[in-house]
Design a protein around this ligand. Structure first.
Ligand SMILES: O=C(O)CCC(=O)C(=O)O
Length: 292
């Protein structure tokens, strides 16, 4: 029989996020994993404090939620553990140690929604944190859906958004070297990935609640709708989904392991790491299902 460790789960904001303390995830029992899973469904984002995970330990913990999914651009995957993506602003001998925020999050998004099967959830583990800047913000997409005007809910019912990876084709997500994209942008985005269509309103497969499932990083249009009509509608949805009352802004502490549900949230790298601060995070992502 598996026993539950006595750990605490405390909501951080009324809308989203809970802090988990008193648990070393390396020793998590089956019952602990079930309790964490319940907490994830309830709060959408878990901030698990004071972890000290090697890449294999982070991978093992993440695998409790299913197979991992790798980023298709192989730059910045951990050289020994390619299931781990390294996010870092450190430059070693003129070479970036990891993906800067410009690669991994400068526009609100949920992970891999350009794919047919977006990621179910992701985890970021803080190995080095700056004094100032580098926060990550999360927004609750159940609340975003529920608070839409009834007329908008009717309008978007049954519609599908077109999701693409290529930032060059998305005026809302353009990025330049100036913003820290220290890479050949064309080479990075010439990796061919088919675009995907996903319902604008999905039903979370576990909670059964409706979700506003679009984000400005990947959703560029609406299937079967002229841009003259689709773009203002997307603008309205993108403005609505980041209302302050839906958001938790996470300030990183050393050892944090932040686990979010990509099916019910969007997130943003807030940027602004103050020199000479270094932020180094390890990311793992869990494979997901086709959104419906
Ligand atoms: O760098 C951050 O703060 C967020 C990273 C991110 O957006 C991601 O890992 O998908």
């Amino acid at each position: 029989m598996s026993m539950t460790t006595e750990f605490s789960v405390r909501p951080i904001t009324p809308a989203i996020g809970a802090e988990v303390t008193g648990l070393d995830v390396r020793n998590a029992t089956k019952d602990d994993i079930a309790a964490l899973h319940r907490a994830l469904l309830d709060h959408c984002v878990l901030v698990i404090r004071d972890q000290h995970l090697s890449p294999p330990e982070q991978i093992a913990f993440t695998e409790n939620w299913g197979p991992l999914v790798r980023r298709i651009a192989t730059d910045f995957l951990h050289k020994d553990y390619p299931d781990v993506l390294v996010l870092s602003n450190r430059v070693v001998a003129g070479k970036a140690e990891g993906a800067t925020e410009a690669y991994a999050g400068f526009t609100w998004h949920a992970d891999l929604t350009y794919a047919e099967r977006p990621s179910m959830g992701s985890m970021l583990h803080a190995l080095e944190v700056p004094e100032e800047g580098g926060d990550t913000a999360f927004a609750n997409m159940y609340l975003a859906y529920e608070t839409l005007p009834e007329a908008t809910k009717k309008r978007i019912e049954g519609l599908q958004a077109i999701h693409i990876r290529d930032r060059r084709k998305n005026p809302r997500a353009k990025i330049t070297k100036k913003e820290g994209f220290n890479h050949d942008i064309d080479k990075y985005f010439d990796i061919k990935v088919p675009d995907s269509l996903h319902p604008i309103v999905t039903t979370h497969p576990e909670t059964g609640r409706k979700v506003l499932f679009v984000n400005p990083r990947f959703a560029v249009g609406i299937d079967g709708m002229d841009d003259a009509e689709a773009q203002p509608l997307l603008d309205e949805l993108f403005a609505h989904q980041i209302r302050p009352e839906f958001i938790y802004r996470h300030k990183w502490r050393l050892g944090d392991l932040v686990f979010w549900d990509n099916r019910s949230t969007i997130h943003l790298a807030c940027g602004g790491i103050k020199a000479p601060g270094i932020r180094r995070l390890h990311r793992t992502s869990i494979a997901g299902e086709i959104p419906a």
